[in-house]
Design a protein around this ligand. Structure first.
Ligand SMILES: Cc1cc2nc3c(=O)[nH]c(=O)nc-3n(C[C@H](O)[C@H](O)[C@H](O)COP(=O)(O)OP(=O)(O)OC[C@H]3O[C@@H](n4cnc5c(N)ncnc54)[C@H](O)[C@@H]3O)c2cc1C
Length: 417
């Protein structure tokens, strides 16, 4: 495609293609009709293994279809299947695509094509980029994030999973937890401790880890919202070749921060907060159905929700305009925090609107379904760095406030655990 193409021409072309390959939505904005179709405000999926696998396959198929035109990687260079266009083109396409029925949304697709592809692109060797980038972007392979451990979440740099060098290979032993979609992944981005004798941030190294080799065991975890999207992963003498290393030995912290920077960057999120678990349109329709819009307390909550949605959207647009390098900095923490705050206040608002109908299924369309939002929303306040950790990052790295007192600056092996 001509890289001089204007945003308007590009959108016009894309509209023709979408009209031929996708179905227009009827559940958005003014098209939304209360009582018609499925009312889905779930944050996580409540599915068994086969259903979830098929669901992920459907989203992946749609990405592959888009990849025939480069719409899956609009800002990426043609060498990896992209179009080499601007972020403005990408945002315009995103807005347009939201007018069509989508095959859904799954954390693992975002982790594969968003976080891990971007990390390999930013930090990987030429060999790793050639081997993985195009496949990750098309989701020909799926890859999970193997960071957190039972004793290392917010304190990720304190992680204990070990890798010891043996010739051209590394031998991995230890455990990861909360690995989203690990049971469906062929690969993982693994952060391990390669040097226990230096300060905790300095002794880490990152790898592209094959998930289907001896010594890797994946155990799904059952969630309170139903389904098992997350897993424990155990490594017992699992061997990974050195050419799968991402970045230098000892540069694992930088690699992990790069991935988390992409995870916290919400500058491409839509304006109606619809990316996860409900949006303003559905909330307003629920309040209208419940006939509570004259209640001053509900009006107050609704106004707060509307304002917070607008502030989030405008902040994201400003962040997108400011983003020059493509590698998000600590400002991403603000976007993530606004997003999870919006989910928290949406939970409060819908609980005030529906009261007991959230807990007891009265059979009324569009009411009990909100329970899936309420049970799922807290998860994203923890995932990718909790709200409290985002506040620390904003305080220390954006506002320049004094750092938290630290008692863990010596060699990792000497830190009490
Ligand atoms: C939905 C979901 C998906 C996830 N997916 C993945 C994944 O794919 N891969 C992966 O590796 N991990 C994943 N995680 C794990 C996630 O990154 C961790 O849960 C998170 O970093 C918090 O770590 P923790 O659970 O160990 O809690 P802890 O770190 O033990 O925190 C407990 C509490 O203490 C607070 N706290 C901790 N330190 C501080 C501090 N310095 N200042 C103030 N408060 C603090 C926290 O905010 C929290 O409230 C996922 C988690 C969730 C919920």
């Amino acid at each position: 495609m001509d890289t001089d193409i204007s945003v308007d021409e590009f959108v016009a072309d894309a509209r023709v293609w979408l009209d031929e390959n996708a179905e227009r939505r009827t559940d958005r904005g003014s098209d939304f009709v209360w009582g018609e179709g499925e009312f889905d405000v779930a944050v996580f999926h409540n599915m068994n293994y086969e259903e979830e696998q098929a669901y992920i396959g459907g989203i992946s198929d749609w990405l592959k279809k888009k990849a025939e035109r480069g719409y899956h990687a609009i800002t990426r260079p043609p060498a990896v299947g992209g179009l080499g266009l601007s972020r403005a083109h990408q945002r315009a396409y995103g807005r347009l695509e939201r007018e069509y029925v989508s095959p859904g949304r799954h954390e693992l697709i975002g982790v594969t094509a968003g976080l891990i592809a971007s990390t390999v692109e930013a930090m990987g060797s030429e060999g790793l980029k050639d081997r993985f980038l195009a496949d990750l972007l098309r989701t020909d392979i799926l890859a999970c994030q193997l960071f957190s451990e039972p004793g290392a979440g917010s304190d990720l740099a304190g992680l204990a999973c070990r890798a010891e060098r043996d010739g051209d290979e590394w031998v991995i032993n230890g455990q990861k937890v909360w690995s989203s979609g690990a049971q469906f992944s062929q690969w993982g981005e693994l952060i391990v401790r390669t040097d226990p004798d230096v300060a905790k941030h300095k002794g880490l190294t990152a790898f592209m880890m094959p998930m289907d080799i001896p010594g890797v065991e994946v155990r799904p975890i059952h969630q309170m919202s139903g389904g098992s999207s997350f897993c424990e992963v155990f490594f017992t003498d699992a061997r990974v070749p050195d050419d799968l290393r991402i970045g230098d030995v000892g540069a694992g912290w930088m690699v992990a921060m790069t991935t988390l920077g992409f995870e916290r960057d919400h500058s491409e999120t839509g304006s109606d907060g619809s990316s996860s678990g409900g949006n303003w349109t559905k909330l307003l329709a629920t309040a209208q159905y419940a006939d509570v819009l004259d209640d001053p307390v509900i009006r107050d909550l609704m106004t707060r929700q509307y304002i917070s949605g607008r502030v989030e959207s405008l902040t994201n647009r400003r962040a997108a305009d400011l983003a020059k390098s493509g590698t998000p900095g600590p400002e991403g923490s603000l976007g993530k925090l606004l997003w999870t705050e919006g989910m928290r206040t949406m939970t409060e608002t819908v609980a005030a609107i529906l009261g007991p109908k959230l807990l007891a299924d009265t059979g009324e369309w569009g009411t009990f379904e909100w329970g899936e939002h309420v049970l799922g929303a807290p998860g994203y306040r923890i995932a990718g760095g909790s709200d409290e950790v985002q506040r620390n990052i904003i305080g220390e790295r954006v506002l320049g406030l004094p750092r938290e007192p630290r008692a863990d600056t010596g060699a990792w092996k000497d830190i009490p655990r």
